[in-house]
Design a protein around this ligand. Structure first.
Ligand SMILES: Cc1cc2nc3c(=O)[nH]c(=O)nc-3n(C[C@H](O)[C@H](O)[C@H](O)COP(=O)(O)O)c2cc1C
Length: 364
């Protein structure tokens, strides 16, 4: 689809319920209707991180392709990597509909899906045939009624080990009651010990170590961030993803939709998630891999996340407003930035605004 057609398609999609529109977009991608965007490889955008080689730093965040239906189609849109899930061991329905809301005036999204997904077996069956060059991460979680949540994450590692290029342990969805408690220091230590021990065992068997990242919420106090950083640095975790959606409703224009329960994402999340990203970069030091997510909607906001400390970046919600041409536009914009500022690598801008962001205060 050409960029010029997007406003027409968007007008049609915005007339229907957001979850139905999401389903239609997945069906469209499955049919192969979205053409491959011919992005020339730009060596200045290449990122080596956690033992992986990313053709560019922009990835699709978890939650769009929960069941691994369209990973290759997403890569063809220009993303350097894509993350499927969150997947839980057993299939689950999630919360009752409606559970996805657009805040058009704010270019935000509220969702309270609650990990609706088809379960490990269904996602795994789709992933098996993928070529090794497709950089697909697996985002793992726990069933809502799990009696042992840690065991659900361990099951994710074991089930997907042969197909995962990386794992994300998602402990920050606000829509599964109690899940975010795993971010507490003791619980986090137990989770990381178990998940990384399972990874190490599988690595022994496979002769290949798959990196594990941890995805955190933006709604953490400075003390909460201190605790996470201490546990992460004491462990063999390979990276951290900052951040998931927020419970905050600060500064929204669409006050009526703002009353819906769930996690807020998109433009209104940019500031908060970027502050938390910079605070974590300060705590984890320059060598620790960090993926910045939250509110990226343009080449400039993508670059700003890197300036605030991100090695890699991801987005989801802005695709709702900007359409499938967005990833290619951002990647081209990052190449333009390299031209303009004479950069030999996009990495050169990392941390250039670290203090600016780390010293800001997060609104409640
Ligand atoms: C509809 C929707 C569903 C999501 N589902 C998941 C999920 O299953 N697992 C997860 O880790 N994050 C999930 N997310 C969070 C995104 O991955 C991302 O962290 C967040 O939306 C911030 O990025 P954005 O502002 O670019 O959307 C979801 C986000 C949205 C909007």
């Amino acid at each position: 689809m050409r960029d010029a057609l997007w406003p027409i398609l968007r007008a049609g999609l915005f007339r229907i319920d957001p979850e139905t529109a999401h389903g239609l977009s997945i069906s469209g991608l499955k049919t192969g209707l979205a053409p491959a965007c011919a992005l020339p490889a730009d060596p200045r955008l290449k990122i080596e991180l956690a033992g992986l080689s990313f053709s560019n730093p922009l990835g699709l965040a978890a939650g769009y392709d929960k069941n691994a239906e369209v990973p290759e189609a997403m890569l063809r849109l220009g993303f350097g990597f894509t993350e499927i899930g969150t997947v839980t061991p057993r299939p689950q329905q999630g919360n009752p509909r409606p559970r996805l809301f657009r805040l058009v005036a704010d270019q935000g999204v509220i969702n309270r899906f609650g990990f609706n997904n088809e379960g490990h077996a269904a996602a795994f069956s789709r992933l098996r045939p993928l070529p090794a060059s497709a950089l697909v991460g697996i985002n793992i979680g726990a069933n809502k009624d799990a009696t042992d949540r840690v065991a659900d994450y361990v099951a994710g590692i074991r089930t997907f080990y042969s197909v995962a290029r990386y794992f994300t342990a998602n402990i920050s969805s606000p829509n599964t009651p109690g899940l975010r408690d795993l971010q507490g220091r003791e619980s986090l230590r137990i989770l990381l010990d178990a998940v990384l021990a399972a990874r190490d065992e599988e690595a022994q068997k496979a002769g290949r170590s798959v990196p594990v990242f941890l995805k955190i919420a933006p709604d953490l106090t400075d003390e909460g961030l201190d605790d996470i950083a201490a546990e992460v640095l004491a462990s063999k975790l390979d990276g951290i993803i900052v951040s998931n959606t927020t419970l905050s409703r600060d500064g929204l224009l669409d006050q009526a939709t703002a009353r819906e329960a769930g996690g807020l994402s998109g433009k209104p999340l940019f500031e908060k998630s970027t502050i938390v990203l910079a605070k974590m970069r300060k705590r984890l030091g320059p060598a620790f891999p960090i993926i910045g997510v939250g509110g990226i909607h343009s080449p400039e906001t993508a670059a700003e996340k890197i300036r605030a400390g991100a090695d890699l970046i991801q987005l989801y919600s802005a695709m709702v407003y900007e359409g499938p041409g967005l990833p290619a536009r951002i990647v081209r914009g990052l190449s333009d930035l390299c031209n303009r500022d004479n950069l030999t690598s996009i990495r050169e801008i990392r941390d250039t605004k670290l203090d600016h962001w780390a010293l800001k205060n997060v609104a409640p």
